[in-house]
Ligand binder design. Structure first.
Ligand code: HEC
Length: 184
């Protein structure tokens, strides 16, 4: 009985902690949101596609001079081969920043704070692109192509979307104009 009470008390304590912590998140300072945004960007895979890779003896590593700057301007464009389109295969570029699929060719966007990235974007624009899959976050824009997994982020808490946005706005600006997607 005593043990049961202890377990129940621990449960109540734990439940109250988790409510407190979500309330605390709402009240995060700007600096805390930026820190949280960095953490979320790190664990939710943004670098997999938005950061070009360098190839060393241990395999691909993030290019630390180009973090989150998308498909490298000037690097050879992957060919759009109609046999790929018809075969039903999708191929990803070696650096992880481009994909050729039956839908066309997509290039990961520059999401650094540079003006060629999201430097001049508003939060509303970012939210629409990131959680609703609208190119540049504009209402009548085309849907974002795969492999941008925006559906995964559609249900993200507002405070987390804002934290990611504030972090991206605080990143080192990397000037890099990503080519336009080829839509089939
Ligand atoms: C599996 C690959 C992949 C992952 C993971 C990924 N993205 Fe993307 N993202 C892309 C591609 C490719 C595009 C460009 C799609 C297009 O042009 O249609 C894109 C586009 C975007 C856009 C829209 C840019 C624009 O100009 O409209 C934003 C914003 C964005 N990504 C943010 C993020 C963030 C933040 C994360 C991590 C939480 C993330 N992405 C994770 C591949 C990815």
């Amino acid at each position: 009985m005593k043990r049961l009470l202890i377990i129940m008390a621990a449960g109540v304590w734990f439940a109250s902690c988790s409510t407190v912590s979500s309330k605390e998140k709402e009240g995060l300072s700007q600096a805390e949101k930026i820190e949280r945004g960095k953490y979320l960007v790190t664990i939710s895979g943004c670098h997999d596609c938005h950061t070009p890779k360098l190839f060393g003896s241990k395999g691909p590593v993030l290019d630390s001079n180009r973090l989150l700057s998308g498909y490298r301007e000037g690097s050879p464009l992957p060919p759009y081969d109609s046999t790929i389109a018809k075969s039903g295969w999708a191929l990803m570029g070696m650096e992880g920043t481009s994909m050729v699929s039956p839908l066309g060719v997509s290039y990961a966007a520059n999401i650094t704070s540079d003006e060629t990235g999201i430097g001049s974007w508003s939060f509303e624009q970012f939210k629409k692109a990131f959680t609703k899959g609208k190119f540049k976050g504009l209402d009548n824009a085309r849907p974002l192509l795969p492999p941008m997994p925006w559906e995964n982020y559609a249900h993200m808490a507002e405070v987390d979307v804002e934290s990611i946005f504030l972090y991206l706005k605080s990143t080192t600006p990397v000037r890099n104009v990503v080519p336009a997607a080829k839509i089939q």
